[in-house]
Design a protein around this ligand. Structure first.
Ligand SMILES: *Cc1c(COP(=O)(O)O)cnc(C)c1O
Length: 386
């Protein structure tokens, strides 16, 4: 058996070799291995310089200010800090609004708040996965503490209209949190231009290391958050803990590379995605899941009639992909995202998330089409009513 061609997906994005090189230079005795909080010696100062450089790069990619960047372990932690942090500053449980298609790292902290008496509205989306602005406006209450909306969906790639949402929430004096784990480094955006108050990022979705991310917290006027970790008071007390210099430097380098290469990369990935969709339409009963007008460049989500997603994954010989979200595909319940855009259980079960990334080639794209086409033909030939 040959090693499958790996298609970039939620669970397993490789670290860019240029990022790995920067990280390695922060680990060993001949590198900047010091504790960035130790200013009493050169080792600490050199490490602090690495962290400052990375803070600048993250801020620049996100359209934030360097002092607004709070490093943490990833988007899961950033989302928890944003949601639970806003809640923790209020004396009484209140009201929050989010969307049915959010990642579990937003939905689960909201469920946690519900158990503590918070009122949480989860908005519906249309068939393309977009939130309706008028419905959001109608759901806002004078006491709404936070609206949390993801930028790009991790399963279907749909982009929400954050500019319009930000305009609405700012005009009503409601805080806006955006989970940009999927869009950072893929499509340009600007936290302050979009009137975002809290922004979650995660490095490994744009070829940085796993286990590092950031929450950008608006500084002027400051958004008040309750810290979720209590300790040494690092990062203005918002996230205590010794900073992992190598992880942070890696995230910074990944931001710099993404900023420089994102535009060309997006054109390349979108052309493969479109060619793949063209080709897949030759198969009977293929459906597009997502939004054609507003989406991530490299991602295509399709459902194929009569073919179960999980079986298709195992029938693929040359490419490695995940069905639906990598984070939930270990259980076999149909994707909550596909259900929210109106897919029935069967169509949701038969979905395939195909996503091209920086390290794929045109040949991989062609191979993906041939592989899916052949696997579907084989599975259909085996089917009892085939
Ligand atoms: C991957 C992802 C997360 C979680 O990121 P971690 O690095 O696992 O913490 C959160 N939200 C979205 C939209 C994601 O794609």
């Amino acid at each position: 058996m040959t090693t499958p061609i790996y298609l970039d997906n939620a669970a397993t994005t490789p670290v860019d070799p240029r990022v790995a090189e920067v990280m390695a230079a922060c680990l060993t005795a001949d590198g900047d291995f010091g504790n960035p909080a130790s200013f009493s010696h050169g080792f600490g100062l050199a490490a602090a310089d690495r962290v400052d450089d990375a803070r600048d790069a993250v801020a620049s990619l996100a359209g934030a200010l360097p002092e607004e960047v709070v490093f943490c372990s990833g988007a899961t932690e950033a989302n928890n800090l944003a949601i639970l942090g806003v809640a923790g500053r209020l004396r009484e449980p209140g009201h929050m609004i989010s969307v049915k298609t959010e990642h579990k790292a937003v939905l689960d902290p909201l469920t946690h708040l519900r158990k503590q008496g918070w009122d949480v509205d989860l908005m519906d989306v249309d068939a393309s996965g977009r939130l309706d602005l008028a419905e959001l406006e109608a759901a806002l209450r004078p006491e709404t503490a936070l609206v949390s909306v993801m930028h790009a969906n991790n399963e279907i790639g749909t982009l929400q209209d954050i500019a319009a949402i930000g305009q609405l929430t700012r005009s009503r004096d409601v805080l806006l949190h955006v989970d940009a784990a999927q869009s950072a480094g893929k499509v340009p955006f600007d936290m302050h231009g979009l009137q975002i108050d809290l922004l979650s990022l995660c490095a490994h979705k744009f070829y940085g290391p796993k286990g590092v991310g950031a929450l950008c917290v608006r500084g002027r006027p400051p958004v008040r958050l309750q810290a979720q970790l209590h300790g040494g008071g690092h990062q203005r007390g918002l996230r205590s803990g010794t900073l992992p210099t190598h992880q942070i430097a890696g995230m910074g380098e990944a931001c710099r590379i993404a900023a420089a290469e994102m535009a060309d990369e997006a054109v390349r990935l979108a052309s493969w995605r479109d060619a793949l969709w063209q080709g897949l339409q030759q198969i009977d009963g293929v459906h597009f899941n997502g939004c054609r007008a507003h989406r991530l460049p490299g991602l295509l989500n399709v459902s194929i009639d009569g073919v179960e997603g999980e079986s298709l994954l195992f029938a693929l010989e040359h490419i490695a992909v995940s069905s639906g979200s990598a984070c939930t595909s270990s259980d076999l319940t149909p994707s909550h995202v596909l259900r929210a855009i109106g897919c029935d259980a069967e169509r949701a079960q038969g979905s395939l998330r195909l996503s091209f990334g920086r390290f794929n080639t045109e040949r991989d794209a062609a191979l993906a089409l041939a592989d899916v086409t052949q696997a579907v033909a084989r599975l259909r030939a085996l089917a009892p009513d085939g």
